[in-house]
Design a protein around this ligand. Sequence first.
Ligand SMILES: Nc1ncnc2c1ncn2[C@@H]1O[C@H](COP(=O)(O)OP(=O)(O)O)[C@@H](O)[C@H]1O
Ligand SMILES: [Mg+2]
Length: 494
Amino acid sequence: MALKHIILTLLTLFGLVAIGDALRCNCTNCAKSGYECETDGACMASTSFIQGHEQHVRICITRDSLVPPGQPFYCLSAEGLLNTHCCYTDYCNSVDLKVPSLPVSSGGPWGPVELVAVIAGPVFLLCMLLLVGLFLFQHHQRAYSHRQRLEVEDPSCEHLYLAKDKTLQDLIYDMSTSGSGSGLPLFVQRTVARTIVLQEIIGKGRFGEVWRGKWRGGDVAVKIFSSREERSWFREAEIYQTVMLRHENILGFIAADNKDNGTWTQLWLVSDYHEHGSLFDYLNHYSVTIEGMIKLALSAASGLAHLHMEILGTQGKPGIAHRDLKSKNILVKKNGMCAIADLGLAVRHESISDTIDIAPNQRVGTKRYMAPEVLEETINMKHFDSFKCADIYALGLVYWEIARRCNTGGIHEEYQLPYFDLVPSDPSIDEMRKVVCDQRLRPNVPNWWQSYESLRVMGKIMRECWYSNGAARLTALRIKKTLAQLSVEEDIKM
Ligand SMILES: Nc1ncnc2c1ncn2[C@@H]1O[C@H](COP(=O)(O)OP(=O)(O)O)[C@@H](O)[C@H]1O
Ligand SMILES: [Mg+2]
């Protein structure tokens, strides 16, 4: 409204120049009269700022127009828009008026109220935003921990899984018939792990101790990792929970749990317990019959074949290479069959992208069992099958350990580790490489093994596991088939 009024006023003014005799003024729109005018009223100068443009006007105002008297309408300024000056001496309107501007943009000093408003306003807004954010975050956290508790402790779910009369076998059976094929639900794993009573140490390895524990009257094995070894704990649990990994010749995984006791984190892997312990322990204690040898060898091959095999389909399994196969990492079950254990160094093959699921390093595993290409670091790590071939080399050494203990016609040899006669205990890589790569030596296969079909077959398999060229070695499946046939010929019931 004000703006419209002022424009109208200005427009009117432009046409309102009356020439009188008393007063002479500057006149911006009086080109004909030399930019001058005369009036009986007042000279007026105004500067306006309208729609972004500055306009300077100097005119004469008639006496009739100077209404109301004292504060003539034409002489009024409008803050921020129009600066007007009326005067009553000749050419007095030659002054240069400043462009009017709004108080805010004029940068003039603010009053204390404005200052407080300008500073406190945004601060208050910021505080409000922070408070709202904090509230939303806390709400989200509460909802999250509530969900977590439900997942871990929901008694309704636990009842389903952990009814009092259920044994571990029942649990595993339930899981294999209804579950995803990769393991017990995490909250069941945790509850089982936290109700185990540890009994005695049964083994020591790279990462910590292995204990026998009791759960609902049955035995379980608990591998306890030190807090420093969290990555190894996580990796082994991850591998054991690979979909479709369960197999009678692979150690049966039960639970993984990380329990914070305030000072450190206890990292547990719970698995089936096998009282015979490792194949290494077993062969140290006992010699084996031909039947016993074939059972051990065939079951180990079956376990390794399953590990290596890729199963396609939604419930399929990736190929897995063990990378630390040895007699200490194979367990002997009550029925005389093997279960492959210690999957902490295993790698999985992602066949779609033909990649390996972790960045593998050149040399892992136990030096004594390292294949020549691993010792020489010539193994092609881009090719997943290379890792399988290295496992097969190690399986050959394990077969040699077993066959030496085979009791035929009253003869059997004492237990020895492979290369016991060629390298010191705890050999270095260099010591192993000299023997295995440079001298191309392998464990001795005695001539008398040729006299017994089973030992002859075992000896032949070993040699075909030990080729320097990894690709030339047998596959686990081939070995399994050969030994299965042998077991039929020897009339062995598996
Ligand atoms: N489930 C089990 N039942 C019986 N003994 C076991 C079991 N698991 C491991 N052991 C014993 O503990 C030893 C170390 O276990 P392992 O899993 O190989 O640990 P690490 O990764 O430390 O080598 C094995 O050689 C074996 O003697
Ligand atoms: Mg081990």
